[in-house]
Design a protein around this ligand. Structure first.
Ligand code: CP
Length: 362
């Protein structure tokens, strides 16, 4: 068997009859009983290993049901009585679309504001009043903003009013992107299933780690896995934040930093590549970075393990060459689609609809 075929076999999606078998298993499942309730989703510190394992399993169950027209029609009924506000005042393609389509899969009706100049904020309405106004009409607010801490503030506001609704942080400035980290965990865990999952793996994060909220959130979640070693590969001045390094130290997660991908590339079980966040360049310019040192392409992926996992939150810049897109180790297109299923699972969990999911599957 050729090496390429062998790698493909290890990482491919299940065959059609495997999905049918999973559907059969779902019919006899009961939802986990002892999990904590999820209301606001703001920061990766909210999640423990039990939650991560449960939400990954729920994500796979939703994907499994969605494989048939009957399953899709069941899913459509789950949250048909709910409405969502997608308040995305910072640009987004996949987080917006994956949440929007996750809502549609579950029957949730969606509203959106993608530019605050089209809302009454332009007339001087405060953000607090805007958020409170959204909550008058919908059952959940999913928000992406440039401002660190805004989702937390919105959650505090909700907790102080008589009809609080959940707030989901869909990306907050340079700080955190918790739902991205959850879909990244799902993709990593599934891509490494044949090797025992994330536990005991060497995982690199490369690129603009000081301003890349996806890597920050993913690094935060690594405390939930056993004996993981993290390698941060970043240009000087763009290294992982001290707050994350201290968090890793507190949880005794091994981590090292380097500027040389070539020195570590052969040791990696997975690499999480990120782009240079040049939209934040007003204060700290990134034009002088030699991107070649922080790029994956055909010329260096041959140095990686045959079953290594290549991920990227996307959108990409020059750091991830399209000429590796069809390499079986490249998981980023699957990763972005997984985001839709993970976000559907999160909505089901927030609204406590797991029981109904398994009931309708019977
Ligand atoms: N990964 C991610 O957050 O992509 P978008 O900015 O397109 O939503």
């Amino acid at each position: 068997m050729s090496l390429r075929k062998k790698i493909t076999d290890m990482t491919k999606a299940p065959l059609i009859d495997e999905w049918a078998q999973r559907r059969e298993e779902i019919r006899f499942k009961t939802p986990p009983q002892n999990h904590h309730r999820l209301f606001h989703l703001l920061h990766p510190k909210q999640f423990d290993r039990t939650f991560l394992d449960q939400i990954c399993e729920l994500t796979t169950d939703i994907r499994t049901l969605a494989k048939t027209a009957e399953g899709q029609s069941h899913l459509q009924k789950l949250l048909a009585h709910k409405r969502a506000m997608l308040y995305f005042t910072q640009p987004s393609t996949r987080t917006f679309l994956s949440f929007n389509n996750a809502c549609h899969i579950l029957g949730v009706k969606t509203n959106e504001i993608r530019d605050s100049s089209t809302s009454s904020e332009i007339k001087g309405e405060s953000l607090e009043d805007s958020i409170r106004t959204f909550s008058s009409y919908v059952d959940v607010i999913i928000m992406r903003t440039l401002v660190k801490g805004l989702a937390e503030n919105a959650a505090t506001l909700m907790d102080s009013i008589s009809r609080p609704i959940p707030i989901i942080n869909a990306g907050s400035g340079k700080d955190q992107h918790p739902t991205q980290a959850l879909l990244d965990i799902y993709t990593l865990e599934r891509s490494l299933t044949h090797r025992g999952g994330i536990d005991h793996k060497v995982i690199a994060m490369m690129g603009d780690l000081s301003r890349g909220r996806t890597a920050r959130s993913l690094a935060y979640l690594m405390k939930n896995y056993q004996d993981v070693e993290l390698i941060f590969i970043a240009p000087p001045g763009f290294t992982m934040g001290q707050d994350i390094l201290e968090h890793l130290d507190q949880h005794e997660i091994r981590h090292t930093q380097t500027t040389k991908l070539a020195h570590v590339i052969a040791d990696l079980d997975a690499i999480y590549v990120t782009r240079i966040q040049s939209e934040h360049d007003a204060t700290d310019g990134s034009r002088d970075i030699n991107l070649e040192d922080y790029t994956l392409s055909r010329s260096n992926i041959n140095l990686m393990k045959n079953d290594a996992v290549i991920m990227h939150p996307l959108p990409r810049g020059p750091e991830l060459s399209p000429d590796i897109d069809d390499d079986p180790r490249a998981k980023y297109w699957r990763q972005e689609r997984n985001g839709m299923w993970m976000r559907a699972a999160l909505l089901i969990r927030i609204f406590g609809a797991e029981n109904m999911l398994y009931e309708i599957a019977r």
